[in-house]
Unconditional design. Structure first.
Length: 299
């Protein structure tokens, strides 16, 4: 496509999107500091263009002409809280799909199927998807747990909580509606059991699964305030890559505190290397990074 310009000397003029100037080092450092302080996210220098692009898109939407003016809008503007939420949504939401990591979900199923059945009669299974984005992961966990309960011949006593820093994606997740392409590669029998056709090439989760999943907004920097405790399964994949090494360890320590004795913590491959979280025993697996919380003699 040829480039179009606005030339006032011609009878017909064509509109051209004016490119914002490149972000200088001081401006980039300012945004880096703000993002890390508020979310824990770190943006390396090689991701400056990613930041520029996403800021520019939002700035054009609201008619803001400079990075500094937008920064001041985020910090002290009359709609700063809502604008910050919108920006965080743009910068953190990642493309995902159902059963994105089949090996990890198989490990979850094996974990549940090898637990003593009696414990599932005493209390429901509680699972938590941390950094759940638009909901594919927690709904997948619910499907896996539902299949396990059926295989064990037990009542489907389980619940899944999905948490994310982005309010817009949490609201989207609650609808339970997804583009059909999110089901690519998924087992056909599972599709039939757990999805129904919806409007405009979308599908929706069946009610029996939706009612088992709840969503809440949560910043992982505020895990000490999280109400989740005694979780049987915590699933936290593709989130820690955004944080510094010391903060990854701190997040994992806090997640481990929320596990029930014998509970399972699943991370993304390569997100935590050369470190053994205290109180956890690594699951021997070539394809999944996971730990089980040790049980004390009294438990």
């Amino acid at each position: 496509m040829s480039e179009l310009h606005n030339n006032p000397s011609t009878a017909e003029s064509s509109w051209c999107l004016r490119r914002l100037p490149e972000m200088d080092k001081a401006q980039f450092n300012q945004w880096q500091t703000l993002l890390e302080h508020r979310t824990g996210m770190t943006l390396p220098a090689e991701r400056r263009s990613f930041l520029e692009t996403n800021l520019a898109i939002r700035m054009r939407e609201i008619g803001c002409s400079s990075y500094q003016a937008y920064y001041e809008t985020i910090i002290s503007g009359p709609d700063a809280i809502r604008e910050w939420s919108t920006l965080v949504d743009r910068l953190t939401v990642q493309e995902t799909r159902f059963f994105r990591d089949p090996d990890a979900f198989r490990l979850v199923a094996d974990y549940v199927l090898t637990r003593p059945r009696e414990q599932f009669r005493k209390r429901p299974i509680e699972a938590w998807s941390v950094g759940c984005s638009s909901g594919e992961e927690p709904y997948t966990l619910a499907m896996v747990l539902n299949e396990c309960m059926a295989q064990l011949g037990l009542q489907p006593l389980y619940g899944v909580t999905g948490s994310d820093i982005s309010t817009p994606v949490i609201e989207k997740a609650r609808t339970g509606q997804f583009n059909a392409r999110k089901l690519l590669g998924m087992d056909e029998d599972m599709k039939t059991r757990y999805f129904r056709p919806a409007e405009r090439n979308t599908v929706e989760i069946v009610e029996s699964i939706r009612e088992r999943v709840c969503f809440t907004r949560l910043n992982v920097l505020d895990l000490d305030k999280a109400p989740m405790h005694g979780m049987n399964i915590i699933f936290c994949q593709n989130l820690l890559i955004y944080f510094r090494r010391w903060r990854r360890r701190d997040i994992v320590r806090r997640l481990a505190e929320r596990l029930a004795p014998g509970g399972l913590l699943v991370l993304g491959q390569g997100e935590l290397t050369d470190w053994q979280p205290p109180g956890l025993q690594k699951v021997p697996s070539e394809h999944v990074l996971a730990w089980i919380k040790r049980q004390t003699d009294e438990e």
